[in-house]
Design a protein around this ligand. Structure first.
Ligand SMILES: [Zn+2]
Length: 169
């Protein structure tokens, strides 16, 4: 019953019945009821598909979608950890590498001072913590001095700015 002689050419018979390369298949169909039945079934399937119409979206689909998009845009942005987890889940390619590099750089910046101190004073954990704290205080002091210097520079600049502005007005 199951004839495989012209199974692959049956769609071609429907799409382009008068093509010369289909002549052999048509000849076979005349003597093979199984293939003729297959062609008939395929034809009725195609005709059924022709009658099928895509359903129309519900009347307020566009408005509802716009509201959903606006709500999503107005939601508070995810925290950096949430975003990192999402990016780790979704991105396995190129986008993942800059994020990982940034995270590593952050770890180095935060932990760098403490690690340097640990290597400099291997006497004990309490000493290391104390020296790390002192180191942090020294850095803060240096930063404070730098800020004060900048403030002085800005204060020195402002009178000059005022003198240049006042003649104009
Ligand atoms: Zn056949």
């Amino acid at each position: 019953m199951n004839c495989k002689v012209c199974q692959s050419s049956l769609p071609n018979l429907l799409l382009d019945p008068k093509a010369p390369e289909n002549a052999k298949a048509w000849l076979h169909l005349e003597s093979c009821p199984a293939c003729a039945a297959d062609l008939q079934a395929l034809q009725s399937t195609v005709e059924l598909l022709d009658t099928w119409q895509a359903p129309e979206p519900s009347p307020y689909f566009d408005q509802k979608l716009a509201v959903r998009i606006r709500e999503a845009q107005q939601e508070p942005p995810a925290g950096w950890f949430e975003r990192l987890v999402i990016s780790l889940r979704l991105n396995t390619g190129r986008q993942f590498r800059p994020a990982m590099a940034a995270a590593l750089a952050l770890v180095l910046v935060v932990g760098g001072g403490t690690l340097a101190d640990l290597s400099g004073f291997p006497s004990g954990p309490q000493h290391d913590q104390a020296s790390a704290t002192i180191n942090d205080l020294q850095i803060l002091d240096k930063n404070d001095q730098a800020l004060q210097t900048m403030d002085q520079l800005l204060q020195d600049d402002t009178p000059n700015d005022d003198t240049t502005i006042t003649p104009a007005s």
